[in-house]
Design a protein around this ligand. Structure first.
Ligand code: PHE
Length: 360
């Protein structure tokens, strides 16, 4: 299983480590460093098998390559997955994070890590005791903190652009948006949507979390099993991936899918499936780039928060352009977004070849 996954993958390399004390597996996938050092978050999650964790790491790393390229930022695609047999807390968790940090350090700058699903800035503080190649530590430790609110800001801008495209006005007042997963990104997104006057519907695998956020933003709770059948203007997936597939797409009763989750499509064909249903799907790696932009810009490029905010809001412009081009060419927006990313990667490869040819 793992051999097949690796054979089919088109990335550079994967570091695999079995962590005996916790029975967890660590996968660090480096997909493409054409644009710079591989940079992407660290996901801590309970998988049914280590191979499922590896599969996630490979797809997430590829997504990061596209994400950085689509927004033309000087980083490569990589991701880490800590696949745990059960949830880890306290000392076990800390020890695993420290060993993970040592692995990142051993890569000598090929890969930098950060916050992703299941990890927090506090976790990054621990990782940071073993390596300097870490983003998203708490501000008192010199980090940029939680990327979630930045990602949410970009998703919000992207939703407005898509609503403008489909409904003729970006105004969210009275529009219904179903947020699937109200964690690090979904919660601040729900907040922004509510402030903009949207009717917010929230659903979450953790009932307690759904209740808390619904209360905070004055939203309605939808049971997880009803998420795909609920009528809404915008469906915003902000939890795990692969939720858009041949089973869920026929059920959808929305006009737009635009959310922060990575790898929302189970397969590439699902983009076409959505298009055939007349649903506008905003490619995940474009609309969810806000956290990546913010962390790259704040911690590496040392931009001011004002400059970062303006750059994150440009996600709205990118979404508008992609939807326009896709419609003009009669293709799914995913196809257009990938073309955009490929253009940037190709130009970088070309530039590098020219440097070599010129003897630099
Ligand atoms: N993990 C988030 C993402 O996938 C944000 C992030 C990106 C954090 C890159 C660190 C580095 O976009």
């Amino acid at each position: 299983m793992m051999e097949d996954l690796l054979r089919q993958w088109d990335g550079e390399s994967v570091l695999v480590h079995y962590d005996r004390p916790t029975d967890a597996w660590v996968f660090i996938a480096i997909h493409d460093r054409t644009l710079g050092m591989a940079m992407g978050g660290c996901r801590m999650h309970v998988y049914s098998s280590p191979a499922d964790g590896l599969k996630d790491a490979l797809r997430l790393a590829q997504g990061m390559t596209y994400k950085w390229a689509a927004i033309d930022f000087p980083f490569g695609g990589g991701k880490a997955v800590l696949a745990m047999p059960r949830r880890l807390e306290g000392q076990d968790r800390e020890a695993l994070l420290l060993r993970f940090g040592a692995l990142v350090e051993s890569l000598g700058g090929s890969y930098g890590t950060g916050v992703d699903l299941g990890t927090t800035p506090q976790d990054m503080n621990i990782v940071g005791r073993a390596t300097s190649r870490v983003f998203g530590r708490t501000p008192d430790q010199g980090g940029a903190g939680d990327p979630g609110p930045w990602t949410a800001l970009g998703v919000f801008a992207g939703i407005r652009a898509a609503v403008q495209r489909v409904m003729g006005s970006p105004d969210l007042d009275g529009r219904s948006v179903l947020v699937q997963g109200v964690g690090g990104v979904g919660a601040p997104l729900a907040q922004r949507l509510a402030e903009a006057g949207a009717r917010v519907l929230v659903t979450d695998a953790l009932a307690e979390r759904a209740r808390r956020v619904a209360e905070q933003v004055g939203g309605e709770i939808i049971a997880p099993q009803d998420a795909y059948d609920t009528e809404c203007d915008v469906f915003a997936p902000c939890a795990v991936g692969a939720i858009l597939n041949s089973r869920s797409i026929p059920r959808l009763r929305c006009q737009i899918v635009a959310g922060s989750a990575n790898n929302q499509l189970e397969t590439e064909e699902d983009a076409e499936r959505l298009r055939e249903r007349g649903i506008v799907y905003v490619p995940d790696f474009v609309i969810n780039a806000g956290g990546a932009i913010a962390h790259g810009a704040l911690e590496v490029l040392k931009w001011s928060r004002e400059r970062v905010e303006a750059r994150v809001l440009q996600i709205g412009d990118a979404v508008r352009e992609i939807l326009e081009e896709a419609e003009k060419d009669g293709v799914a927006p995913l196809v257009e977004a990938k073309r955009r990313a490929e253009r940037v990667l190709e130009a970088a490869r070309q530039g590098r070849e020219e440097m070599v040819a010129a003897g630099h």
